[in-house]
Design a protein around this ligand. Structure first.
Ligand code: CAA
Ligand code: NAD
Length: 302
C-alpha cells in the first residue's frame, strides 16, 4: 500500500528532538543532517575524545554543505552553519540524553551484545512515546529490538556513508512495528532530505545485500587472477557507472567492516555461497591494512 508522507504536521507532532547514540563516522553524519533540517539533536558517545572529533567533523562537513547550498551568498552560508550547529548538543550520558527524545537513532559499534546492553538501558530511561531505531549495517533489527518492551515503536533507519551526501535512507520494519511508527520514521527521513525506501528485516536490507556479495565477488576475481584491482575498479566505474569501483569502496568503508559483515552472515547462513568471505580480505585485515583509515588496504594512501 502506497502512503502519502508529505505531511510535515505528522513530523512536527512526533519528532522534534533526536538523540543519536554513537558519535563516530555515521553518528556524526546523522546528527548533522538532522540539525540541518531544524531538529534539536543530542549526540552521545561513551568516549569524550570522540565527542570532540564529532564536533570537529560536523563543522567541516557542514561547511562543505553550506558552500554548495549558498554558493554566492556567504552571509546565508554563515547563518546556515551557525543555526545548524547551535541545535547540536554533546553528551556522554545516554540515559539522560533520551529523557526528552522523540526519536533515538543508535549508531554505536556493530556488536549485538553492546547494542542489547545499550537498548535495555535506554528502554528504562526513555519516555513511552520515544521511537527507537538502529542504523546497523548487518544485524537483525528484530534481534536488536528483542531486549526492549517497545518493539511496536522500533525500526531500522539505515544511512549510507558519507551521510551528508548519500541521499538514501532504508526504513526497516519488523513485524511488530506499527503503522504509526513506520510513518513517523518515513516522514522524518523525508524531512531530513533523504529518499526513503522500505525493506523487511532481512540480512543487509537492500543495498548491503547486493553490494556486499558484489564486492566479495570482485575480491574473488582478484584472487583468481582474472584482472587487477585497478582494472576491476575502472571497469565498474566506466562500464557500469558506479562512482567508485569495488576496491575503492572497500577501502573507503573499511576492510574490517566488510569482513565483519561477511563473517557474521556466513556463520548465520553457512549454505549461502554469496556470503562466503574472500581470503584476500581476511589476509589484509590480519596485516592491519584496513583501507583509507590505516593508510593502506587494496591501495596505498599517502
Ligand atoms: N560531507 C559533506 N560533503 C561531502 C562529504 C562529506 N563528508 N564528502 C563529500 N562531500 C561532497 C563534496 O563537497 C563534493 O561536493 P561538490 O560536488 O559540490 O563539489 C561532493 O560531495 C563530491 O565529493 P568529492 O569531489 O570529494 O569526491 P567524489 O566526487 O569522488 O565523491 C563520494 C565522493 C560521494 C564518496 C562518491 O565517490 C561516492 O558516492 N562513492 C560511493 C559511496 C558509497 O557507495 N557509499 C555507500 C557505502 S555502503 C554503506 O554506507 C552502508 C553500510 O552499511 C556499510
Ligand atoms: P564508528 O566506530 O565510527 O563509531 C561508533 C562509535 O560508537 C564510537 O565512537 C564509539 O566510541 C561509540 N560507542 C561504542 N559503544 C557505545 C555505547 N555503548 N554508547 C555510546 N557510544 C558508544 O562506527 P560507524 O562506522 O559510525 O558505525 C556505527 C553503526 O553504523 C554500526 O552499526 C555500523 O554497522 C553502521 N553503519 C556503518 C556504515 C559505514 O559505512 N561505516 C554505514 C551504514 C551503517
Amino acid at each position: 500500500l502506497k502512503r502519502n508522507f508529505s505531511s510535515t504536521t505528522t513530523l512536527n507532532n512526533i519528532v522534534k528532538n533526536v538523540t543519536v547514540i554513537g558519535g563516530g563516522l555515521m553518528g556524526s553524519g546523522i546528527a548533522q543532517v538532522s540539525a540541518q533540517a531544524g531538529q534539536n539533536v543530542t549526540v552521545v558517545d561513551v568516549n569524550p575524545d570522540v565527542l570532540k572529533k564529532t564536533e570537529a567533523s560536523i563543522q567541516t562537513s557542514i561547511t562543505r554543505v553550506a558552500k554548495k547550498l549558498h554558493k554566492d551568498d556567504t552571509a546565508a552560508a554563515k547563518k546556515f552553519i551557525e543555526e545548524s550547529l547551535s541545535r547540536v548538543k554533546y553528551s556522554p550520558d545516554a540515559q539522560k540524553a533520551v529523557e526528552q527524545a522523540d526519536l533515538v537513532v543508535e549508531a554505536i559499534v556493530e556488536n549485538l551484545d553492546l547494542k542489547h546492553d545499550l537498548f535495555k538501558r535506554l528502554d528504562e530511561a526513555a519516555p513511552a512515546k520515544t521511537l527507537f531505531a538502529s542504523n546497523t549495517s548487518s544485524l537483525s533489527i528484530g534481534e536488536i529490538a528483542s531486549v526492549t518492551k517497545r518493539k511496536d515503536r522500533f525500526g531500522g533507519l539505515h544511512f549510507f556513508n558519507p551521510v551528508p551526501v548519500m541521499r538514501l535512507l532504508e526504513v526497516v520494519r519488523i513485524p511488530e512495528t506499527t503503522d504509526d511508527t513506520y510513518e513517523a520514521m518515513m516522514a522524518w527521513g523525508k524531512a531530513i532530505g533523504k529518499t526513503c525506501i522500505t525493506c523487511k528485516d532481512t540480512p543487509g536490507f537492500v543495498v548491503n545485500r547486493l553490494l556486499v556479495p558484489y564486492m566479495a565477488e570482485a575480491m574473488k576475481m582478484l584472487e583468481r587472477g582474472d584482472a587487477s584491482a585497478e582494472d576491476i575498479d575502472i571497469a565498474m566505474k566506466l562500464g557500469a557507472g558506479y562512482p567508485m569501483g569495488p576496491f575503492e569502496l572497500a577501502d573507503y568503508t573499511g576492510l574490517d567492516t566488510g569482513l565483519f559483515i561477511m563473517d557474521g552472515w556466513h556463520k548465520k547462513f553457512p549454505d549461502n555461497e554469496l556470503f562466503n568471505p574472500p581470503e584476500i580480505q581476511r589476509k589484509l585485515v590480519k596485516e592491519g591494512k584496513l583501507g583509507r583509515k590505516t593508510g593502506e588496504g587494496y591501495y596505498k594512501y599517502t
